[in-house]
Design a protein around this ligand. Structure first.
Ligand code: B12
Ligand code: SF4
Length: 466
């Protein structure tokens, strides 16, 4: 099973830390369906060199848009060797006919129903060319084959997903295309999710769910179950869910210490245009204040290049983010992924420049923006990163925090990701990245001041923001 890397991740000159954060959870999930007697290896090209001199019977490749060409090259290689090659994942689902040229079998949509069906057919020597997911459930998910993951190569080996999809329908998001033909948001049972958490060693967890708070009843029960397990965790959620009463308090009491929030834009016109209705007329400032009062750091996500964005959008957005005291920010250039409503609209308007998927990485402009030249959009994107992570901005962000410990945490977390990139590069090459997890845990817990156990950090104290 192979997770191919995009070119940047294998550069001999520069290894960004983001490719060494999470192991390939999707493939480890699929490996759970194999028989105990099957010999399976899992190779993640982001963190290791894929060996091509082997002769497997079956090759399974997960295809994301930015690694599609590399995935196809690997698939072609193994088909020439006589292996049966399976391609699946987001990009295959978006463009099945393109992927089918490089595969013996392709998979459309999530794999929990189609993959076991294929395995049975393959063992009976009658595999089909194409499997399309219809039944959407995580009810009989076998345990993830975490034994196949080389934990020491990742900063965050304990990544976990307890749901699939999201209840919303933003027009630029992968999810409508990927889940077409069945439910597009569903969760595990709370018991199964907690059992998976129990299996994970150490303290730190990173939930990669698109929207962990998407089903409030499920989330509340999960956080209740997590409470007292002594965990520190990070996740993603929406502005709307942050503003909802009580759920966030439960999350904080069970160990939530940083949340990725999709603000996307500070323009209401943009939100409307891109169907991000769940953010419309929400008080972003109140949401951030609520998070900070509960000791939860904020990673704000922003997209540039929407219809209402002009040349002033970069400075305005960064100034706003710094004033709000966001600890980290992730910027993206709007990218129309095939299969999305945004892609169809851009294609119909003749605004797409090309279909070179390598450049659909949210760092390049691949369409004609409404109010900006492509060069100005790209330059503004890089400028936003530089501005947000300037020492002056980091200090100003830290100064918004109420006490020295919180200020120090802001400085350590914010500077840690971007100001020490050469150090990350060195640590990655020395294959020592895993040893920095205790440091991340220390920062997340505000140097031990915020404990996860409810006995040491009672909910009322959390709610009071102490
Ligand atoms: C974690 C993550 C990352 C991590 C690591 C990825 C990894 N190790 O897998 C990092 C930080 C490196 C990353 C980087 C990027 N990412 Co990213 N990432 C994610 C995230 C949040 C979770 C992925 C995950 O683990 N999902 C959970 C598992 C269980 O699901 P899964 O991997 O999809 O696998 C299931 C199915 O897809 C299917 N399946 C997959 N492969 C196969 C193969 C077969 C044969 C079969 C049968 C089934 C099958 O079955 C699996 C079980 O259901 C997703 C959002 C998302 N919800 O998927 C974005 C996402 C995948 N990322 C995205 C993007 C754009 C990027 C970047 C380009 C962003 C950037 N500007 O840097 C880079 C480059 C990625 C690359 N290497 O090519 C997009 C992809 C769009 C697309 N159409 O491909 C997503 C969907 C985010 C978004 N909402 O737009 N990412
Ligand atoms: S809220 Fe996030 S995951 Fe959900 S549809 Fe919008 S962009 Fe996608």
């Amino acid at each position: 099973m192979i997770l191919p890397a995009l070119t940047e991740a294998t550069s001999p000159f520069w290894r960004p830390i983001k490719y060494h954060l999470f192991p390939p959870l999707g493939l480890a999930t699929l490996a759970g369906y194999c028989d105990p007697g099957d010999e399976v290896t899992l190779e993640d090209e982001h963190v290791e060199t894929v060996r091509l001199d082997d002769a497997p019977d079956l090759v399974v490749i997960q295809v994301y848009i930015t690694s599609a060409y590399r995935a196809y090259a690997l698939a072609d290689h193994y088909r020439r060797q006589g292996a049966h090659v399976c391609l699946g994942g987001l990009h295959v689902t978006a463009l099945p006919d393109e992927a089918a040229q490089h595969a013996d079998t392709i998979f459309i949509g999530p794999g929990e129903d189609t993959w076991p069906a294929f395995l049975a057919d393959y063992r009976a020597r009658r595999p089909a060319r194409r499997y399309v997911s219809k039944a959407r459930t995580l009810a009989s998910l076998p345990p993830i084959r975490r034994d196949l993951i080389k934990r020491c190569l990742y900063l965050v080996p304990n990544s976990i997903v307890v749901s699939r999809g999201c209840p919303h329908t933003c027009d630029f998001c992968y999810k409508e295309a990927f889940f077409r033909g069945g439910a597009s948001f569903y969760t595990q049972t709370v018991d199964a999710a907690l059992a998976e958490i129990e299996r994970l060693p150490g303290r730190h967890l990173y939930f990669l769910d698109d929207h962990l708070f998407g089903n409030p009843r499920f989330a509340a029960a999960l956080f209740d179950g997590l409470r007292g397990m002594g965990r520190l965790w990070q996740a993603a959620g929406t502005v709307k869910s942050v503003l909802a009463p009580q759920l966030l308090e439960k999350a904080a009491a069970s160990g939530l210490r940083s949340l990725f929030v999709g603000f996307e834009t500070i323009s209401q016109t943009n939100l409307r245009e891109h169907h991000k209705v769940q953010n419309l007329d929400r008080d972003y400032t109140a949401a951030i204040r609520r998070l900070h009062n509960l000791g939860i750091m904020v990673n704000g996500s922003f997209v540039f290049g929407m219809e209402d964005d002009d040349a002033s959008v970069f400075d305005r957005t960064v100034a706003w983010a710094v004033t709000q005291g966001l600890e980290t920010a992730t910027f993206h250039i709007l990218t129309p992924y095939p299969g999305t409503a945004l892609y169809q609209r851009m294609a119909a308007q003749g605004r797409l420049f090309h279909g070179n998927w390598d450049l659909y990485d949210t760092r390049h402009v691949v369409f004609r923006p409404a109010q900006l030249s492509p060069a100005a959009l790209e330059a503004g994107y890089w400028q936003a990163y530089r501005e947000f992570y300037r020492w002056g901005s980091i200090w100003r962000g830290a100064a918004t925090k109420p006490n020295p410990v919180e200020r120090l945490r802001h400085l350590a977390y914010s500077a840690g990701w971007k100001k020490f990139e050469p150090a990350w590069d060195w640590v990655i090459r020395a294959r020592q990245v895993t040893h920095l997890l205790p440091l991340l845990e220390e920062i997340l817990s505000a140097f031990g001041k915020r404990q996860s156990q409810s006995s040491r950090w009672p909910a009322d104290a959390v709610a009071a923001g102490r």
